[in-house]
Every structure is written in C-alpha cells, then in structure tokens.
Design a protein around this ligand. Structure first.
Ligand SMILES: Nc1ncnc2c1ncn2[C@@H]1O[C@H](COP(=O)(O)OP(=O)(O)OP(=O)(O)O)[C@@H](O)[C@H]1O
Ligand SMILES: [Mg+2]
Length: 504
C-alpha cells in the first residue's frame, strides 16, 4: 500500500496485517484482512459473534497460524510460532476464554513459564515483589497463595489481565476482558489502559459493550463474516453506524417490556429468611410469568443466592417454595426433573462439555431426565428440538457434530442457554446469560426470556450489564453484603438507580 502521509512514510505502523486468511475446515474465519494498528492507540475490534475477532487476535499473538497473508510488527515480519515467542517480542494477549490453571496458586499462574529464578530455583519473593504493584493497580486484593480454583470468575479475569501486564509489551491484546467485570473494576482497568497508551503501547480491545468502546477507544475496526468492513477514528462515526456496519443492516430499537401485573394468588417462588455463610435473611417472592432482577456488587451474594436456590450451595436456615409447591432441590438431577434451570456465568467451568458436540451439549440435560422412557424419545425429535432452539438463538455452529470448543465465545454462551430451553423450564435462574453475546443475539435472548415468562415460567435474572434490567424486569432486588437492601419497582429500574443502590 502506498504511504499517503508523511507519518506513514517515516514510521511503519506498530502492527500491520496484510491479506490475512484463516479457515477451519469449511469455515472461513478470516477472508483476507488488511489493517494496521498504531503505537499509543486503543484500537477496538468490533463484530458479531463469529465475525473472526478472536481468530485475528490469536494469529497476532502466536496462538494460531494464518493460512495466507503477512503480519508485521514495527516493520519486521512477525509470524510467531507460540504465545511464548510473541511474549518475548512484546506481544501479550488476554484470551477471551480464561486459560489459568485452577490447581495452581495465583503467583504461579502469574509467572507460569516465565518464573523468576535465582541460582536455578524459583524465587517467589522476587515474583511477589513484581506482582504486588500490578495487582494493586488493578485493585485485585487476592492472596498470592490462593488456589485459582477458589477465586471467583471476575477475579480470575483480572488475574489474566495482570499476567499480561507483567510482560513488557508493545502490543497488548485484550479479547473481551471486561465480560465479567463490574463497573468499578472496568473503570480501574481503563485507567491502566490509558497509562499504557500514554507510554506508546498499542492496545487492541475486543468488546461487545459499545459504551465501553466509546469511552476508551481511539480507533475502531469492524469485521463481519471474516471480512474487514472499516477502520475509522472513533470521533468520525456513531454507535448506531457501527452497529449497522457490524450486522450489515440498521438495527431495530429494543422493545420495552409490557407492564407485568401479577395476580395475588398466582403460584410463585417464595424464599423466606434464607441464610448461609454469604447470605443473610433473604426473603422474596417471584411470580409465575415474572422476570425478577437481582443485582449487586461482586461479593454481595447474588450469585450465591442463585446457586442456593438451585440447591448447589447449602443454606444454614430459611426455607423456599417453588411454584410446584416443593422446596430446595436436593440435587441437580432433582432440579432438572422439576424443570428448574440454572444458566451459569462461567460457561467453561459449569455450563459446557467442551470436547463434546453441539448436539451432545444441547441435549445433555434433557437426555438426563428422560432416561428410562428416553428410548421412546426418538433421536430425530431431540434433533428437531435442538435445531429449533439453535435457530431461535441464531447460533453459528456449523453442524450438530461440531465440538463446542470450536465455536466462538458468544456462540458457546448461546449453547448453554439452548441446552436449558430443551427441558421446557418452569423456573429459570439466569446468571449473566448474555455474557460475550453480540447485540443481535442479545435482543434474541431478551425475546426468549420474555417468551419464557409469557408462558408462565418464573425467572430470576442477574446481569453484569445494568441496562439489561430495564429491558426485562419490573422489579429488581439489590443485594448488599448478603442482604436485600432495596427493591426497585417500575420506573425506578434504571442503570443509574441500580448502580447507586449497589454502591450505597
Ligand atoms: N478451533 C476452531 N475450529 C473450528 N472452527 C473455529 C475454531 N475457532 C474458531 N472457529 C470458527 O471461526 C469463526 C470465527 O470465530 P472467532 O472465534 O474468531 O469469532 P469471534 O468474532 O471472536 O466471535 P465471539 O464474539 O463470539 O467471540 C466462527 O465461525 C468459529 O466457529
Ligand atoms: Mg471471540
């Protein structure tokens, strides 16, 4: 490409890709991408689920090899064979799917493969000295000797970021780093990003959260179906134009929820005085047909509440009744039999069997309940029901035999939801169900949730994206230190009020 400014003529871009192509079997993940990234810029990469964002990032970071095309870093060819080699050359990546080792402690994870040694032995003291300021900057107060398996998802996400920050980088790649972070954690991360930008680091940021992009990005690149759509300075476009670029047509508005009016005697999920190590005297009633929001900061007890209602976490006192008149399920098997569903936030740990096919995953819970009389349920029928849910949720999955591991992050998330739709649930506990899902699919998921409610399902809903409550819930209970501190109704349900009450 001809240089068209003096700047271009003097210095090559920090990083440039030219004609990059990558296929996975019949899937063309990248169809010839040419784009460049400058030093000292935050460059956002946007696109729908499956557009090729992660594939591009992985190639830059040495985690995947392109089929065709070139990658240059500061004018030099940069086809790294491994993430380690990329790290050594100043390219660090935080993967979309966390890659920590749960059985190792925090410190070991931070320095895995790059341990600081003295006379051939690992020097934990030195590693601690290096790690502490980075963790502090991110506001991550986790003991360095804690096992990663024992820390919550949002802290694991911050830990991945800390690990990348320990490398001297020229290019820092963050693939959906904020998908499970709170607003405060995101703000701290953005401060760190701005510092790095000030030092001339190129930051590539993949995110589905457009308000974040407008807050921090200097430049945006849009990909669609493996093609480069555009690269523009953020100031020269609008969010609605970017959405149009991503989906290839103008987006509709999000329809608002009809007013929900429960009748006094309708069956409900009733929780009375529920207490445990992390919950204190929680009481609430959720009516059949209602989407009831629950919100709180990371450790406020929201997730614990969902897990306790589902029967996976134990309570010390209190009681609960489901619309079927029965209490807390004694096991997952019982929950499934009673058509109580939990869509967990951590899809890789709790939601999916990664090496199994789309079909195996989507039908797994239903196959579990239908044992015994399952032989009468023909595979063809399960196939039909699975395909219907996958189509409804707009999942890009190739064939039913594709291993779930090969799906893009957002499409994996949709599989978790599809799997629970198979059991025709009567109560659904949703823990951040749209994590990493693109805008079009989010709207589809809202529609699915509303339809569940309209058909008499009782829904509890938690989200890390606060504007979602307004689209779905007439009531939102705010959790603070294990208690419900406030319930917002109707027009009180706004991002602003929720954030205010969570932090009050
Ligand atoms: N290892 C793999 N094997 C087979 N197909 C793959 C593999 N990795 C990615 N793909 C396919 O390549 C396409 C692009 O995937 P990619 O992960 O780059 O999407 P993405 O833009 O990051 O989406 P998301 O927003 O959902 O994370 C998808 O159709 C995906 O299914
Ligand atoms: Mg991705």
């Amino acid at each position: 490409m001809a240089a068209n400014t003096i700047q271009d003529a003097v210095a090559p871009p920090r990083c440039a890709v030219h004609g990059l192509k990558k296929r996975y079997g019949v899937v063309k993940a990248l169809r010839g991408i040419t784009v460049s990234f400058e030093p000292g810029e935050v460059h956002a990469i946007l696109g729908e689920n499956g557009a090729g964002k992660s594939t591009l990032m992985k190639i830059l970071a040495g985690a995947e090899a392109q089929d065709e095309g070139a990658v240059h870093l500061d004018g030099q060819e940069a086809n790294y064979q491994s993430v380690k080699e990329a790290n050594a050359n100043g390219v660090a990546i935080v993967f979309q799917e966390l890659s920590l080792f749960p059985e190792l402690d925090v410190l070991s994870n931070l320095f895995l493969g790059r341990e600081i040694t003295t006379f051939g032995t690992v020097n934990r003291q030195k590693m601690m000295q290096a790690a502490t300021p980075v963790l502090e900057e991110l506001g991550l107060a986790v003991p360095l000797d804690a096992l990663v398996s024992d820390i919550p998802l949002h802290e694991r996400q911050l830990l991945e970021i800390a690990k990348a920050l320990l490398i001297q980088t020229r290019v820092l790649i963050l693939d959906e780093p904020t998908s499970s972070l709170s607003a405060n954690e995101t703000e701290r991360l953005f401060r760190v990003i701005r510092n790095l930008r000030g030092r001339g680091v190129t930051i590539l940021l993949v995110s589905h959260r457009l308000e974040e992009i407008s807050a921090i990005a200097d430049t945006v690149t849009v990909l669609r179906d493996g093609e480069h759509v555009k690269t523009v300075p953020i100031g020269s476009t609008t969010m609605s134009q970017l959405v149009t670029d991503m989906i290839g047509k103008p987006a509709g508005d999000i329809p608002f929820l009809e007013t929900f009016v429960p009748t006094e005697d309708s069956p409900r999920l009733s929780v009375r005085g529920l207490s445990s190590a992390k919950l204190k005297d929680v009481s609430l009633d959720v009516h059949q047909g209602e989407v009831f929001g629950i919100a709180g900061l990371e450790d406020a007890g929201v997730q614990e509440f969902l897990y306790t209602v589902f029967g996976l976490a134990k309570s010390t006192s209190g009681e609960m009744y489901f619309p079927d008149g029965l209490g807390q399920p004694a096991s997952v098997r019982e929950a499934v039999r009673r058509r109580i569903a939990l869509v967990p936030a951590d899809r890789r740990r709790d939601g999916l069997m990664l090496d199994d096919s789309v079909f195996e995953n989507v039908t797994s819970v239903r196959a579990g309940v239908t044992k015994g009389f399952g032989r009468w349920l023909r595979r063809a029928e399960m196939n039909r029901a699975a395909t219907a849910s996958l189509t409804e949720l707009q999942v890009k999955y190739g064939s039913l035999n594709t291993p779930v591991r090969n799906l893009s992050g957002g499409n994996q998330q949709k599989i978790v939801l599809a799997k629970w739709l198979q059991v025709n649930p009567s109560t659904v506990l949703l823990d951040d169900p749209t994590r990493g899902v693109d805008l079009g699919a989010k709207l589809e998921i809202y529609e699915v949730i509303r339809n569940l409610a309209a058909n008499g399902c009782t829904v509890l809903f938690n989200s890390s994206e606060l504007e979602e409550y307004r689209h779905l819930c007439k009531r939102v209970a705010i959790f603070r230190r294990g208690r419900i501190s406030k319930v917002l109704y109707g027009s009180q349900v706004s991002e602003h009020n929720i954030l205010h009450e969570m932090n009050a």
